[in-house]
Write a protein that binds this ligand. Structure first.
Ligand code: PRT
Ligand code: ZN
Length: 283
């Protein structure tokens, strides 16, 4: 049986639980202990702080884990990244007080920079031949310049709102992150086969994200035009209807272009359009 480490609470917890649920894996939220047995897959769930997940996976306390790539890069543990998961997106950036005249990376030479990600920053500065003074602090990094603890910060940015609130501007993006499935590099063949099964389920869920399944009735003589509207569709499903002049067309459309495509299909004479949620897309 595989053991997976996931964040006990915090930003990744909810999306992780939703991903497991979509993959048919149930973990009773009410019975949360340190370790819980999941239903629907031979899996044990270990709830940890995100900072501890890379190490737990490297040590084999857990076989696999779901954690931000930022933590994987910072902890420098020997783990395999199996797949990115498409949630928890953020970046780690250098930011400086708004009123500073920024002249480029050399500006950081000799400056004090507060961060919770000292290793990623050290590697970045080494690569760029910048000598700076890195101060590791555990939390509230964004207030360090205002209280005189640092000249700049290196921290996670998502919307950028926190920087604005603290009078800071992002000047260099150093690392792009999202949540990922990681694994201990020494798993045996049996466990690897289980990991492949999980990967297959997660991939189908991710493929279907942002996709809708659309059914409509269409005059047969407009079929070619309708098919041309939906890019990447190799062989759409076309069913006959009792009326020989009409057919039923089934297509998958990306959510961000759904309304635009529906307007165009309606203009071609499409009727009785049904838009359905798409749960899994198995390629
Ligand atoms: O208790 P535990 O140690 O498990 O949790 P934590 O408090 O260390 O981490 P948590 O739950 O805050 O974040 C977990 C993971 O979510 C991170 O490691 C990232 O991979 C990811 N993530 C995605 C984020 C953000 N977005 C994010 N915006 N982590 C933190 N933030 C913070 C950031 O530190 C800053 O204070 O949000 C603020 C910036 O947000 P914006 O939107 O104002 O730019
Ligand atoms: Zn943490």
């Amino acid at each position: 049986m595989l053991r997976i480490a996931i964040q006990a609470k915090g930003r990744l917890n909810e999306d992780t639980m939703a991903l497991l649920a979509d993959a048919g894996i149930s973990v009773a939220a009410s019975k949360r202990k340190l370790v819980a047995r999941a239903g629907g897959f031979p899996l044990e769930v270990l709830y940890l702080r995100d900072d501890d997940i890379p190490q737990a996976v490297q040590m084999g306390v857990a076989d696999i884990g779901i954690v931000g790539l930022n933590e994987v890069a910072e902890k420098e543990m020997d783990v395999t990244t199996v797949m990115p998961l498409g949630f928890g997106a953020c970046r780690i950036s250098l930011a400086i007080p708004r009123d500073v005249n920024y002249t480029g990376l050399e500006w950081f030479a000799g400056r004090r920079i507060a961060t919770s990600y000292p290793r990623i920053l050290k590697r970045f500065f080494e690569k760029n031949h910048i000598q700076a003074d890195i101060h590791e602090i555990a939390g509230s990094v964004e207030i360090a310049p205002a209280v005189g603890m640092a000249d700049a910060i290196f921290d996670i940015v998502s919307s950028g709102g926190t920087l604005v609130q603290n009078g800071l501007v992002e000047v260099e993006k150093v690392f792009d992150s999202e949540a990922a499935l990681i694994a201990n590099p020494g798993l045996d063949a049996e466990k690897m086969a289980e990991v492949e099964k999980l990967k297959f389920r997660f991939t189908s869920i991710n493929n279907s994200r942002g996709m809708k399944y659309v059914l409509m009735n269409l005059p047969k003589d407009r079929l070619d035009e309708a098919v041309a509207l939906i890019p990447g569709m190799r062989s759409p499903t076309v069913l006959s209807l009792a009326d020989p002049g009409w057919c039923s067309l089934h297509v998958v459309i990306r959510e961000d272009e759904l309304w635009e495509k529906i307007e165009q299909l309606k203009a071609l004479g499409a009727e009785g359009i049904l838009v359905l949620a798409l749960e899994n897309m198995i390629r």
